[in-house]
Design a protein around this ligand. Sequence first.
Ligand code: ACO
Length: 318
Amino acid sequence: MSLHILGTGSYVPPLVVTNDDLSKYVDTNDEWIVSRTGIHQRHISVDETATDMAAKAAFAALENSGVKAEELDLILCATVSGDNLCPNLACMVQATIGATCPAFDLSGACSAFLFLLETAAAYLSTGRYHKILCVGSEQMSRILDWNDRSTCILFGDGAAGVVVEQGEDYLGSQLMVRGGDEVLKVPTPIGNSPFTKLEPTHPYVYMNGSETYKFATRTVPAQIQQLLEKTGVEQEQVDWVICHQANRRIIEAAARRLKGIPLEKFLMNIDEYGNTSAASIPLLLDECNRKGILKRGDLIVLAAFGGGLSCVATLIRW
Ligand code: ACO
């Protein structure tokens, strides 16, 4: 597998919605949300779509990489809250940023960005592709049931991505799927076919919180452990862990099980953005890149879990 990250970029909509703001719409409060999740606020779109945000994140990543849109030879995008089922997000980004290359989406919910990186690394290895843009973008506010206090408080909107080229920095990955829709799902609308006998759907995020919590706290550290074993890297050698930002308590529980990696190495921004699904890992990566936290040569574990269910851990060198 071949990959080197040339640069990162992100975009979040300007409206900040605090936990107190949410308590005007659903029966909740700041103390409950902070103590259960670590989330203090999230950014919510007023008039920007997943495509608008993805294009802004893409421009930022291109600028940070010193790459022009016309130099890209592939665009890979991921979203569960895109504007359309067709055309896909990647095609819309291609048109908006003025690229001419092929573009397609992968669907992987909150793990999607790591599926994008895995795919980009495989494509780069073939030698047929040289510069690939990977972007996750979510307008989660569009697919939340704002009457359901158990889900609407968890998510935020935003987009982020990377530009990658061939290189030696993709050190390994560990992917698992436990297929099924009992724990997490976002159904599509049933439509108005006069022939259908299917029950109408509730086309919003459905989540069994405690099952998601159990899956994440067991699977994320196990996948990281297996990844490090197979790449021959000791936990103590890991400089940073960038985990999907779904719940601070999940990250703390994962850290407790990985005794060689102290909690300080688990980077976090969940307090500001909530869970931005496919955008979550690149959003944090971009923030740490721009703040100069990541140094060349650092060993970074990226770890995600999401609807599928799936869990991916990836080891990269910065
Ligand atoms: N405000 C106030 N009270 C609430 C809220 C709220 N927003 N939501 C639920 N409650 C109440 C419940 O009704 C319940 O009340 P009851 O005891 O009277 O029945 C009580 O709080 C406890 O509810 P639980 O669901 O048991 O709360 P828990 O401590 O398990 O926390 C949470 C819920 C935060 C969702 C937790 O289960 C969790 O973090 N799960 C993982 C979720 C996650 O990471 N999702 C990621 C999204 S999907 C993805 O990223 C792939």
